[in-house]
Design a protein around this ligand. Sequence first.
Ligand code: ATP
Ligand code: MG
Length: 208
Amino acid sequence: MKEKGFFISFEGIDGSGKSTQIQRLGKYLETLGFDVIITREPGGSVGGEQIRNLLLQGAVDRWSPETEILLFTASRRDHLERIILPALENGKIVICDRFTDSTRMYQGMRGPSLRKFVELLNEKVIKCNPDLTIIIDINPETGLKRAKSRKTAEERFENFGVDLQMKMRQGFIELSKEFSNRIEVVNGQQSVDKLAQDICTLVKARLS
Ligand SMILES: Nc1ncnc2c1ncn2[C@@H]1O[C@H](COP(=O)(O)OP(=O)(O)OP(=O)(O)O)[C@@H](O)[C@H]1O
Ligand SMILES: [Mg+2]
């Protein structure tokens, strides 16, 4: 589906430093002369952001896992159609805060049939994988402490607690082996500057 441009997604548990590093990488790539678009999931488009509010606010059991996967997929499809694919067609670098791998983890890990459901919808409805995915790996206690220091209404998933984050951390590492040609894992426990340096180095290598 995509011809030009370059699509990078960032993944990792809450508070791992995704948003911080995305801003840094975006600025770095602009200094190299690239046209960069920074976006996020769920959301990114007007309709996607409306679905984001349904997904991230309210009680933990607000949706069944199946409904939740459908909402994430609807939001992602709108985001792709309106923002990501047009930008890639115009030769831009798209950096996205979370993408399908987060759905594989947070929804897909709730049962084998749910992971299959995520894959099915990805294949039939999304049909687009990032060129490069950066997973920021971090100890869940450190991540949660960082995430909780920011007060927002979007706590549905943060309220799942350390146990779930532990499972997700492990799941992301397994995912990096499953999709080893696309996924790179970086160490989130370094300083912001050192981690930014690691990320810039590996992105530059992939772009050239
Ligand atoms: N390497 C780092 N060392 C120390 N603090 C950091 C580091 N990276 C980010 N932080 C701080 O931790 C908090 C969470 O970082 P950030 O928002 O980038 O994480 P995130 O992965 O986007 O979280 P979420 O998944 O909840 O959106 C922020 O207050 C940020 O300033
Ligand atoms: Mg963030």
